[in-house]
Design a protein around this ligand. Structure first.
Ligand SMILES: Nc1ncnc2c1ncn2[C@@H]1O[C@H](COP(=O)(O)OP(=O)(O)OP(=O)(O)O)[C@@H](O)[C@H]1O
Length: 813
């Protein structure tokens, strides 16, 4: 039934369209009139400003003049008027400042200026209606308040004006000095009523509540076959809402009678051409509705009103009592453990061995310097002139041998310096307690979106990074080398800095034990599929659907971003906080961090089914706040494939078993030379840095999770969308090695996305390529997830819908 009514809507709007040209002409005249009125209001504002302003300087010297009668004034006088706005200015100032309200009348000036702005230029910085009420009230109230002090303390009369003085005089006779309470009470009542209980504001401020009310109203206007109100569901109402109430009231008598069909009340018959009365009224109604359609300016005003009334949106308001975990939950170790264990003897001995070994190979050294880190000491050498750096770097094994130490790593030239770095493991290493890094000023004060601290650098600095910028992290390390501790550190640092409203974890743990500690965070920090019994995902099948669900969440978030006109999650959330987005269509978006502990198991059991969504998320999810942390024990090429590797610029390696593994994960050797127990190399772009992971013990993680889990949480974990079954099927794409792509790949991709047509002949024609090459290009585009699979005679579907999205993919390839 409601659908039929929406047909009515289109009819009505047609009538309205016919009226348009006439209104346009009227609009031009109206505009000129508005400009004139605006100029007039501006003039009055300026007159008041000058009159009041100059009366502050000239004081009462004009008083004798302004108090003369009109006739005398016209006749003129020998005493010169000093007010800059002449006699009129003097009279205005006298009337407002002395006779009536005193200084509070100054509030009229902004009112006139803002009115001029609104009438002339349709700019409303602040709701004019509200401002007018406020100005009226405050003029009177301040006059009374000031009058009280003028009366009691014998201050200059103009502060409160005649009204203020007179009323206070009377109040004083009645109540004595208690009169101040009456004035105060008046102000209080106004504040309460105006800022909290103004019914009109409530409608603007609480759109949800208002819409419910609206719906109730609308429902009561529908006439059923029996007469009473009919329930109409929300979806239908949405199409119908803009032109509702008066239309139906008008329709009922006109339409029902001639049709004589009781069960079909309000339908297409109103189109009848001879039904002039009806048509005319409808157009009027449509007119009103169209004018009410939100413009950017009116939306801005509405948002400002909402912010004024409710303050900024607070995403944490659902858990107002949430307490961040405290530093006390982290173990405090002996001071002894935290200071360097490297002795002077050890340093000297190592220095001599380095110099000696290099000399044996004919390499002279000018200078050598040591920096002691928690696990390794960095020796920086300046070789004598004429020594090739590669000669030194080739001596890694020989140095290891002569130093009889593990973990010797030659860095080569130190970034930004003229030295060559050699790292040598300390005999007694220093453990970095989690408390030292989480509690550090550097971490506590970091303002990153997703701050993580993993430990300390080689020069004992606390290492803090932004996962949001990384934007994803690939982790590898042989068993027992500190990977789980590293993951716990990462999660712990995020938990210490983020409120549950702003961050969710999707935890995938095929080994079933590593991440189970975090189960207690389910109703605070975890996200899962709607039908999951457990928030932490351990079953491979579930992993595939969770990854697809995340892809869907990503697409949904992109749609919302597009709708809101934002480029990334930060802008979007800021807009939401500023109440510039409709809460019925938008939500505050928490960051989502997907952690996969052990990719190898998944790749072996589900292969492309996991590889494809991981690659897709890694390529695209950064802008919408989904970040991936993927760990594996086996950094072999069938686990860390070209596609995965290409999309994870930040890679972290604990000790691995071979140089090949080190190359697979870092594209460089060195990870095989690490000394274990959290000794690690982090590669971000071209730079590789050595870090010592802080140690967070299982009981500490348990305490943190208990501390949070025992607090009031959300009713359930954050629910991810149900994945599309179609998406689950479309996984099987050929291998795609981005480094091997055709030189026309980017151009071809832009072409198909721009035309939204995935056809070989389009590429052939526009790029002037042969059929075979164009065919190869389209295959590569399919493998990269830009176009869909071959669909017979039809052009392939283009999966990437916007050029921005495409540029993001190309950037990550
Ligand atoms: N940062 C660290 N500082 C000190 N000791 C550490 C550190 N990281 C790990 N260890 C030591 O190494 C042990 C193994 O670490 P962890 O459980 O993290 O290894 P793993 O790589 O996850 O092993 P697996 O892959 O078999 O689970 C820890 O129990 C701890 O004793």
């Amino acid at each position: 039934m409601a659908k039929k009514i929406s047909n009515t809507a289109s009819t009505l709007q047609l009538n309205f369209e016919q009226d348009k040209p006439k209104r346009k002409m009227d609009g031009a005249v109206l505009y000129r009139i508005q400009l004139i009125i605006a100029a007039f209001l501006f003039l009055i504002g300026t007159l008041l400003l000058v009159s009041f302003g100059s009366s502050f300087f000239v004081g009462v010297s004009d008083q004798s003049e302004v108090e003369r009668g009109v006739v005398d004034t016209i006749k003129g006088s020998d005493i010169p008027i000093k007010n800059f706005a002449g006699l009129l200015g003097a009279k205005i100032a006298h009337f407002f400042l002395f006779k009536t309200f005193g200084w509070s009348t100054l509030l009229l000036i902004p009112l006139f200026y803002l009115s001029a702005l609104k009438v002339g230029f349709k700019k409303e910085i602040y709701s004019l209606e509200r401002l007018s009420w406020q100005v009226l009230f405050y003029i009177l109230w301040f006059s009374l308040l000031a009058g009280f002090f003028v009366f009691s303390l014998d201050l200059p009369h103009s502060i409160g004006g005649g009204v203020g003085y007179f009323v206070n005089e009377k109040l004083y006779q009645l109540l004595g000095y208690l009169s101040i309470f009456v004035i105060g009470f008046g102000g209080f009542v106004f504040l309460v009523l105006f800022y909290q209980l103004n019914p009109k504001k409530a409608v603007v401020a609480a759109p949800l509540a208002a819409e419910e009310e609206e719906e109730e109203e609308e429902e009561s206007l529908f006439i059923d076959e029996d007469g009473p109100a009919v329930h109409v569901d929300n979806d239908d109402l949405e199409t119908f809402r803009p032109i509702v109430p008066p239309v139906v009231e008008e329709i009922v008598p006109v339409v029902v009678a001639p049709v004589e069909i009781v069960p079909e009340p309000v339908v297409a018959e109103e189109k009848k051409e001879d039904d002039l009365d009806f048509t005319y009224k409808v157009a009027d109604v449509a007119d009103e509705v169209i004018e009410e359609e939100p413009t950017p300016v009116s939306r801005e005003i509405k948002a400002n009103d909402l912010v004024e009334q409710f303050g900024l949106y607070d995403p944490t308001a659902d858990l107002p009592k949430y307490q961040f975990p405290t530093i006390d939950l982290l173990k405090e170790y002996d001071q002894k453990n935290q200071t360097s264990q490297v002795t002077m003897d050890e340093l000297k001995a190592n220095k001599e061995k380095i110099v000696e070994t290099l000399l044996n190979y004919g390499i002279g050294i000018q200078k050598i310097e040591a920096t002691i880190g928690p696990t390794v000491t960095l020796y920086e050498i300046v070789p004598k002139a004429g020594v090739r750096v590669s000669k030194i770097t080739s001596l890694e094994d020989d140095l290891s041998l002569s130093l009889a130490a593990m973990g010797v790593r030659i860095i080569g030239q130190m970034p930004g310096k003229d030295t060559i770095g050699i790292e040598v493991a300390n005999k007694n290493r220093e453990m970095v307690p989690v408390r030292a890094v989480i509690g550090s000023e550097k971490f506590q004060k970091s303002t990153f979106d997703l701050p993580i601290t993993l430990g300390k650098t080689i020069s004992n600095e606390i290492f803090v990074a932004d996962l949001a910028k990384m934007p994803h992290l690939l982790m590898a390390g042989a068993t027992g080398q500190g990977k789980s501790v590293g993951l716990n550190m990462l999660l712990t640092s995020l938990i210490y800095k983020k409120h549950p409203a702003t961050l969710k974890f999707v935890l995938v743990d095929p080994k079933k034990v590593e991440l189970s500690l975090f189960n207690k965070l389910e109703r605070h920090f975890l996200a899962c599929l709607p039908d999951s019994a457990e928030a932490i995902i351990t079953d491979t099948k579930k992993v595939v659907s969770t990854l697809n669900s995340l892809c869907k969440e990503m697409d949904l978030r992109y749609d919302k971003l597009k709708d809101a006109g934002c480029r990334n999650i930060k802008e979007y959330n800021q807009k939401f906080i500023n109440r510039r987005l409709n809460p019925n269509e938008h939500d505050f978006m928490p960051y989502i961090v997907l952690v996969i502990d052990e990719l190898a198991d998944l790749m072996l059991t589900a292969g492309k089914e996991v590889e494809h969504p991981i690659a897709r998320l890694a390529q695209l999810a950064r802008a919408i706040g989904i970040h991936l942390v993927v760990a594996t024990q086996r950094p072999s090429v069938n686990v860390i494939t070209g596609t995965i590797k290409a999309n994870f610029p930040a890679r972290l390696s604990f000790k691995v078993m071979s140089k090949i593994d080190s190359r697979t994960i870092l594209d460089a050797g060195g990870a095989d030379q690490l000394v274990g127990m959290g000794d690690m190399l982090l590669s971000m772009g071209s730079e590789v840095i050595r870090l010592q992971c802080a140690f967070v013990d299982t009981p500490e993680v348990e305490d943190i999770c208990d501390f949070i889990g025992n607090q009031q949480g959300y009713t359930s974990a954050y629910l991810l969308p149900e994945p599309d079954s179609e998406e689950m099927g479309g996984q099987d794409r050929g291998d795609f090695d981005p480094s091997d792509r055709d030189s026309f790949f980017d151009e071809a991709a832009r072409l198909v996305v721009m035309h939204q047509q995935g056809s070989t002949s389009l590429i052939q024609r526009k790029l002037k390529l042969g059929y075979n090459r164009a065919g190869r290009l389209i295959d590569q585009l399919e493998a990269a997830g830009i176009v869909g699979s071959f669909g017979g005679s039809k052009a392939r579907e283009v999966l990437v819908k916007s050029e921005t999205e495409l540029e993001e993919i190309l950037k990550n390839l």
